[in-house]
Write a protein that binds this ligand. Structure first.
Ligand code: NAD
Length: 487
């Protein structure tokens, strides 16, 4: 069993039981972690609270150096971390190497950003006064992370939270806790005790006590809409700062001018990377009615050529889904679409040659519409549903006909359409011709039911700082506007 990390020590805490961690490609048990308890959260929050004062008062250069050291350690262990990520999460190793690079570069980016400005100076109200704005850390930040990008989504919270001077308690997903614990052991050991703590466990037994804890003023959460809503209902009366990255149902619109082969590759990548288990996965594809058949044929042909298998094999394009519950939910959406008239053009079932693991074939559907669950609810699996549109205005209307607003993709070189798309589509990220490519300085997050938080960029640092205005008068003397009035 891999222990938790509390106050700089490895411990099983108060846990009496273990949670087994499964390899989704083989269904084998990889390892286990303690089933953390509310008392373990109490200990971790206590440690983070005690560490806060010294950490927030650390000079900016020293803090930046420590965060750079974390990045260098992640770099030194890149291979082992990517392998462990592949074992516990399932996606291909090349995607996991990229995830590790994102982690270390996020630490580097915020190490530098953290030593830049901490506020700003205002034009003073009068010449004897000084007005300035100070950005301050909140205190202990609770970071609750899902399983699909266990380290990247952790780093997008932890690196800016620490750079801003906060301390953190991390609650990884119960399905993918091993890599977070690996980082605690090999990459966070240079930080003072209590600055980072990792408590493993289930949502109700560790996540919720973290949300409820009076000494945790900020909850940074990435996960499902349902859990986000529950967290919000607990945290709102306590006036906590909520940073919520929730679900998505992103659309890709292919414009008439697009090359079918290129469009097919872009769509497949956007819909099927990490077996479609990305919050910004393309889950709806809109094709121009004129030329629909050439786009459809190119997509079907390309998707059929993709290779399923273990993420450890370099030739694998797509790995398994994370678990049986998620695969069963995915299959129910496919079955529902079929029962309402959708046609399966590629895939549609479990691969015959992979009897172990939670694999599902990448599945292309046509004849779908917005009355079907597969076009309304988050799918989080390897589906490529194709729907035709007549005018570009209609394509934009369809894109916006969704409760989520995380990202949206357009494949086109038509400048007028591109302008209309980024002006009129309500989503936090718009990708033109290069889906799902993020940028360290480019804020990432959603609109509508996707939650309003922003990660990365200066916005991502500001999520973990609160604003204080200081009004300073150099003259300690009686003011004419004080009492008594009418003097
Ligand atoms: P989930 O909501 O089931 O779990 C996320 C985390 O919350 C886990 O660590 C879990 O243990 C914890 N949790 C569960 N119940 C809790 C509770 N009552 N209180 C506190 N914590 C609790 O989500 P998941 O299945 O792990 O992840 C998939 C979801 O995450 C999808 O909906 C996906 O769209 C979303 N996601 C969003 C983004 C984004 O940036 N917007 C990125 C990745 C994933």
């Amino acid at each position: 069993m891999r222990p938790m990390y509390i106050n700089g020590r490895f411990t099983n805490g108060n846990s009496k039981e273990a949670i087994e961690v499964q390899n989704p490609a083989t269904e084998e048990i990889l390892d286990s972690v303690p089933r953390g308890t509310p008392e373990d959260i109490e200990a971790a929050v206590g440690a983070a609270k005690s560490a806060f004062d010294a950490w927030r008062k650390l000079g900016a250069n020293e803090r930046a150096n420590l965060l750079h050291e974390v990045a260098e350690k992640v770099h030194a262990h890149r291979g082992e971390i990517a392998r462990l990520l592949t074992l516990e999460e399932g996606k291909p190793i090349s995607e996991n190497e990229e995830e590790v690079d994102w982690v270390l570069n996020t630490f580097r980016y915020y190490a530098e950003l953290g030593r830049h400005h901490r506020g700003s100076v205002l034009a003073a109200g009068s010449s004897s006064q000084f007005n300035f704005i100070v950005k301050e850390p909140y205190g202990v930040v609770g970071c609750i992370v899902p399983w699909n990008y266990p380290l990247l989504l952790m780093a997008w919270k932890v690196a800016p939270a620490l750079a801003a001077g906060n301390t953190v308690v991390i609650k990884p997903s119960e399905m993918t806790p091993l890599t977070a614990l690996y980082l605690a052991e090999h990459c966070f050991d240079n930080l003072p005790a209590g600055v980072i703590n990792v408590v493993t466990g289930y949502g109700l037994e560790t996540g919720e006590p973290l949300v409820k804890h009076p000494d945790v003023p900020v909850i940074a959460f990435t996960g499902s809409l349902a859990t986000g809503q529950k967290i919000a209902s607990i945290a709102a009366p306590m006036m906590k700062k909520l940073h919520l990255e929730l679900g998505g149902k992103d659309a890709t619109v292919i414009a008439e001018d697009a090359d079918p082969e290129v469009a097919a590759k872009a769509v497949a990548y956007a819909a099927l990377i990490n077996a479609g288990q990305v919050c910004t996965s393309t889950e709806r594809v809109y094709l121009p009615r004129r030329g629909a058949s050439k786009f459809t044929e190119a997509i079907v042909e390309h998707v059929k050529s993709l290779r399923l298998g273990s993420g450890l094999e370099s030739s694998t394009d797509m790995g398994p889904m994370i678990g049986e519950t998620y695969r069963a939910k995915f299959e129910s959406q496919i079955a529902d679409a079929k029962s309402h008239g959708a046609k399966i053009l590629a895939g549609g079932g479990r691969p015959k040659n992979l009897t172990r693991g939670f694999f599902h074939e990448p599945t292309v559907l046509s004849g779908v519409d917005h009355s079907m669950v597969i076009m309304r609810d988050e799918t989080f699996g390897p589906a490529v549903p194709l729907m035709e549109y007549t005018t570009f205005d209609e394509a934009i209307k369809l894109t916006n006909d969704c409760k989520y607003g995380l990202g949206a993709v357009l494949i086109s070189n038509d400048a007028k359409k591109i302008k209309q798309f980024f002006d009129d589509v309500k989503a936090g990220t718009i990708w033109i011709n290069d889906p799902l490519t993020d940028h360290y300085a480019g804020p990432f997050g959603g609109m509508k039911y996707s939650g309003g938080a922003r990660e990365l960029g200066e916005e991502g640092l500001d999520e973990f700082r609160e604003t204080k205005h200081v009004h300073w008068d150099f003259n300690l003397e009686d003011k004419e506007y004080w009492y008594p009035y009418g003097r």
